[in-house]
Ligand binder design. Sequence first.
Ligand SMILES: [Zn+2]
Ligand SMILES: [Zn+2]
Length: 142
Amino acid sequence: MSTETPTIEKTSCIFCNIVNKLENTEILYEDDDICVFRDIKPASDYHILTIPKRHIDDAKCLISSDKALVEKMLATAKELLTKNNLSIEDARFGYHWPPFRSVRHLHLHTIAPESKMGTIAKMIFMKNSYWFASPAYVVSRL
Ligand SMILES: [Zn+2]
Ligand SMILES: [Zn+2]
């Protein structure tokens, strides 16, 4: 009989691999439902991604039973800002809106300070644009 422990295989989804600790990504926060790590291309001094551990393609795929999950994602991101002495007021939060998305695994961008974002970053993560949706808008659809 084999005594080998089952190995978790890498998937094509990089964020699922991060959740499963298959990437060399520093996890800033995690619990049973969510995981937080730094964006590899920071748009300001502090730029984190908050993701659900369960694979969800994007914000359009969310259903009403996911409401508590997305609310927890935002609350956790805000807590991390506070812990890092960053202002929640001077921060930008949002989700890519399909078909405009980078990685196909739901993630909440949190960027602070918002006032230090460059012109291109402001375009990519433009407030209430049709490619970058606010957490309030995402929750309002559920
Ligand atoms: Zn995934
Ligand atoms: Zn993104």
